[in-house]
Design a protein around this ligand. Structure first.
Ligand code: 2YH
Length: 269
C-alpha cells in the first residue's frame, strides 16, 4: 500500500475548488455528487448530516509518523462538502480525546496501513480503500457516459482494485482484472466470474475503460492505450507516463485523496 507523500497532499486544500470544477467538467458531477452516488445516499441526506455531525481529523504519529499537510488536506475536502472539520492540537490518543470532548462525531484517522472514518454515534466505519474503489468507479461511469454492459479492465487486485470490481458489478459493467502476482491471478480465475487477463500490453490495447489501482508508476505509455480510452486512476503514483497523462488528460480521473475522502464521509454519515 502506497504511503502518501507531502508533495501529493500539500496543495489539496488550496486547489479543492478548482479540482471540483475539473471533475464537473469531465464527469458532469461535482465531488459531492460523486461521493453521494458512490455511497448510495442522497445529497439531501449529506446536507442534513453536515449540520449535525462535526468532523475531526486526528494526526497519527504511529509508524512513519505524520505526513505534513495530510490532515489539512482531509480537513479541506470535508469542509468543501459543507461539514465543520477540526484538527486537534494533540495527536493520537490525546488528539482523539480532545476531538471527542469538543463534540466531534465523525473521526478521520490514518496510519501507514489503514485510513478510516468512524462515526462514533452510529458505529459505522468507512474504509479508505473501499471508498476509493467505489468513488473512482462512480466517476469513471459518469466520465464514460455509463458502463452498463461494458468491459472494464482493473489493474491490480489489491483492496482498492477489488472494491472497484465490486462496484463495477453493482453498476452492471463486466469487470476484467490483471494482477502481476500469478497466484492472485489463479485465485481470481478459480473463484470469480471475472475475466482474468495475463498480458499487460495486449490487455491495455484491447480495453476502452480502465481502472489503474496499482501502486506502480510510469509504466503505461501513450502507445499502450486504446486510442479512445477512458481512465480512472486511484493508484499512487499514477501508472501513466506524463506524456500519456497529457495525451488523455480530458479522459482521465486521478487524484491522491479527494474522491476517496469525500466518499468515506458520505459512507460514514
Ligand atoms: O497514506 C497512508 C496509508 N498508505 C493509508 C492509505 C490507505 N488507503 N496513510 C497516511 C498516514 C497519515 C499520517 N499518519 C498522518 O499524517 O496522520
Amino acid at each position: 500500500m502506497t504511503r502518501l507523500l507531502q508533495s501529493d497532499v500539500e496543495r489539496i486544500a488550496e486547489e479543492i475548488g478548482g479540482y471540483d470544477e475539473e471533475l464537473l467538467g469531465k464527469t458532469g458531477l461535482t465531488l459531492r455528487q460523486i461521493a453521494c452516488r458512490a455511497a448510495g445516499i442522497s445529497e439531501k441526506l449529506l446536507e442534513q448530516a453536515a449540520g449535525r455531525l462535526p468532523v475531526a481529523v486526528i494526526p497519527v504519529t504511529a509508524g512513519q509518523g505524520v505526513i505534513p499537510f495530510f490532515t489539512q488536506a482531509v480537513q479541506a475536502v470535508v469542509r468543501h462538502l459543507g461539514f465543520a472539520a477540526a484538527i486537534p492540537g494533540g495527536s493520537d490518543v490525546v488528539g482523539l480525546a480532545e476531538a471527542v470532548a469538543e463534540g466531534a462525531r465523525i473521526i478521520f484517522l490514518a496510519d501507514d496501513r489503514k485510513f478510516i472514518a468512524l462515526n462514533i454515534l452510529s458505529g459505522v466505519m468507512a474504509d479508505n480503500n473501499e471508498a476509493t474503489g467505489r468513488g473512482f468507479v462512480t466517476a469513471l461511469n459518469a466520465l464514460a457516459g455509463g458502463l452498463r454492459g461494458k468491459e472494464v479492465l482493473v489493474l491490480g487486485a489489491g483492496p482498492v482494485g477489488m472494491a472497484a470490481i465490486s462496484h463495477l458489478v453493482v453498476l452492471g459493467a463486466r469487470p476484467a482484472v490483471l494482477d502481476t502476482d500469478p497466484l492472485k491471478a489463479r485465485f481470481l480465475e478459480l473463484n470469480g466470474n471475472l475475466i482474468v487477463e495475463h498480458r499487460l500490453r495486449p490487455a491495455l490495447a484491447k480495453y476502452r475503460y480502465l481502472v489503474d489501482a496499482t501502486p506502480r508508476g510510469n509504466f503505461i505509455g501513450v502507445g499502450d492505450l486504446h486510442p479512445e480510452a477512458f481512465l480512472a486512476i486511484p493508484g499512487m503514483p499514477p501508472g501513466l507516463t506524463p506524456e500519456a497523462f497529457a495525451a488523455f488528460r480530458d479522459r482521465v480521473i486521478h487524484d491522491p485523496l479527494q474522491i476517496g475522502v469525500a466518499t468515506m464521509l458520505a459512507m460514514a454519515v
